[in-house]
Design a protein around this ligand. Structure first.
Ligand code: CUA
Length: 609
């Protein structure tokens, strides 16, 4: 009897505890967490579902992240030197010289754009802007390497960029900071700026269209007819107060075929070698669609029917017919709308900077003026800027994941000083309600992201670099004196040796290194670091780099491999011996071991083992 009653009591307590926990939401929270964890967990050795390319902002690079794991896979240095990738490190590296020539060794990357064929990503190239120095870069996605950088004339603050759908006819770049038309500060005329249309394959600026105000974010219509840009500061004020006077600014719609005809007819004004179309002189090229003041994002819907402009200072988005350019609706979505992306089921997702939310709304219902166009809202942490759903910029969104790129992370990660890591949040958008899945940090500062499926991209990724014309072949390594004060070292590297692994030069010599990794196995990268000569380059398999250095002060300099490559990685090193200028030592030809005179009569060759 006593035993039975205590048993009943125990069961009752257990039942009460379970019910109590349910009431407090513990049980549901635990299962919600594990379901979210399951959705983003990628087991060791398994691969992510998508590549995400996040702009590096003031890191001047692009971060490649796996989705859904959020794992950082690679950084692609673009506007900054990076020894770890052998990129633009040394003064004589043509990549570095190009950076210096076009604006400097830093950049501010904002908007990654992928090449499209038939309105979907083809995995060939990525373009990205450098806002600060008005540059546009192209990244080859077979190598994940920067291959072209151009400086865009007549333009400052290269901000919004977009590919012209459906086949990447142009990349167009918006000049956000207006300048005196002729570049002279004495010019009393209003400041203006331009949208630059760049041929994506030759990377030439084909033409520009002058637009009043500050030209901000960009997207093209899906049929390639219009280049759309948000424009604020139609007041043409030069300080913040005077930039927010008007109730309405505009979406600029540039009719691309009309602009091409005007350029072909010679109606452009040549400025710094580029024809610039002045809208007043070529009617029909530019239409300004009035939208609430200081708009920010502009995004074309996947079906190509509408353009959505985000209000920023207005709690609305403006829905515009992409053919007639008429405003169809201006629904309220929340405070601080910045950007909009899309799923595959007719829904739009708008980032709300002030509300720290993503709002999901139904496009057709909003266009029809129905009351129930808002579908869902989810809180993000905090103050979201861009957001991007997988394929949201293409004609075929995936409707599975959405990435929130938050501007302020505050308390989301372990403190690492006053400057916190940036916070990205991954949201499941496959159901009616959005579900927060995970967050991951990055260095500063992603502004925007694009995603591509490995099904498209991975088969195009090369395993080794194609041989360059000036590659050093195994067996043809040499040290050649090419002049009284110049030496060329033709060097190869393969596990686990440099050839030659020692050579001699004289103080005052200029040494040209032709460095070739003759590895043919992917992921077998060697580094070549030369102490006290400001030189460290990584050479992935097959790559050749040509770099010039001054011999420096007499002494022995051990060059060594900086990338772990094998059990004999530590032994992979060699000596550069710098003899005094007036050294009586007779230098010998490194290959033949003979005393030779080299290319310049009377000048001893170098080397000696
Ligand atoms: Cu080569 Cu370490």
């Amino acid at each position: 009897m006593k035993r039975t009653s205590s048993y009943i009591l125990l069961v009752a307590i257990a039942a009460a505890a379970i019910l109590g926990a349910r009431a407090l939401g513990w049980g549901t929270r635990a299962s919600g967490r594990s379901a979210a964890a399951e959705q983003v967990y990628v087991a060791p050795g398994e691969l992510d579902k998508y590549y995400a390319f996040l702009s590096g902002g003031q890191s001047g690079s692009v971060f490649v992240v796996g989705i859904p794991s959020g794992r950082l896979l690679r950084e692609i240095p673009i506007f900054e030197p990076r020894a770890a990738y052998g990129y633009a490190v040394h003064e004589t590296d043509p990549q570095r010289q190009l950076l210096e020539r076009t604006g400097g060794l830093w950049g501010d990357t904002h908007h990654p754009v992928l090449s499209e064929t038939d309105g979907v990503y083809d995995g060939r190239y990525l373009w990205i802007n450098d806002l600060s120095n008005a540059r546009l870069a192209r990244v080859r996605l077979d190598y994940f390497e920067t291959d072209r950088i151009i400086k865009i004339p007549n333009l400052q603050g290269a901000h919004g960029i977009a590919a012209v759908s459906p086949d990447t006819k142009y990349i167009f770049v918006n000049g956000e900071f207006e300048q005196p038309t002729d570049g002279l500060v004495t010019n009393p005329a209003p400041y203006t700026s331009v949208v630059a249309f760049v041929d994506p394959w030759s990377m030439e600026v084909k033409f520009q269209v002058q637009v009043p105000g500050n030209i901000d974010i960009a997207d093209s219509s899906k049929d390639g007819r219009y280049a759309f840009s948000t424009v604020y500061n139609l007041e043409q004020g030069r300080d913040m107060g005077s930039m927010i006077q008007y109730d309405r600014d505009a979406i600029a719609a540039i009719d691309i075929p009309a602009a091409e005809r005007a350029v072909a007819e010679g109606k452009g004004e040549m400025r710094n070698g580029v024809p610039v179309l002045i809208p007043e002189r070529v009617p029909g090229v530019l239409t300004l669609i009035p939208v609430p003041k200081n708009p920010h994002g502009v995004n074309a819907t996947p079906d190509g029917k509408y353009i959505v402009a985000s209000g920023k200072l207005s709690p609305t988005v403006t829905i515009i017919d992409a053919q007639t350019l008429k405003i169809l609706a201006e629904p309220e979505v929340g405070l601080g709308p910045l950007h909009t992306t899309f799923d595959d089921r007719g829904n739009a997702f708008t980032s709300l900077f002030l509300d720290s939310q993503v709002v999901k709304w139904n496009i057709d219902r909003a266009v029809q003026g129905a009351d129930d166009y808002i579908v869902d809202r989810i809180n993000v942490h905090y103050n979201i800027g861009h957001l991007q759903a997988v394929g949201g910029e293409t004609m075929r969104p995936a409707g599975d994941y959405l990435l929130a790129l938050n501007k302020l992370s505050k308390d989301q990660f372990l403190p690492v000083g006053p400057d916190m890591p940036e916070n990205q949040e991954l949201i499941d958008i496959s159901g009616e309600r959005m579900r927060m899945l995970s967050s991951f940090p990055t260095p500063p500062e992603p502004h925007d992201a694009v995603f591509i499926s490995p099904d498209v991209l991975a088969p195009q990724v090369k395993q080794v670099f194609d041989a360059s014309p000036n590659a050093v072949a195994p067996g043809s390594e040499s040290v050649v004196r090419t002049g009284p004060n110049s030496v060329t070292v033709n060097m190869t590297m393969i596990r686990s040796a440099f050839t030659p692994d020692s050579f001699e030069v004289r103080e005052g010599d200029t040494i040209t290194f032709n460095l070739t990794s003759v590895e043919s196995l992917r992921d077998m990268t060697h580094g070549f670091a030369l102490p006290d000569h400001n030189l460290n380059v990584a050479l992935p398999p097959g790559l050749t780099k040509t770099i010039e250095v001054k011999a420096g002060r007499p002494g022995v300099y051990w060059f060594y491999c900086t990338n772990f490559c094998s059990a004999l990685h530590l032994e992979m090193r060699g000596r550069m011996v710098v003899q005094p200028k007036d050294s009586p030592v007779v230098l010998t030809d490194w290959r033949s071991g003979q005393n030779v005179t080299g290319a310049v009569p009377g000048v001893p060759s170098t080397g000696g083992r």
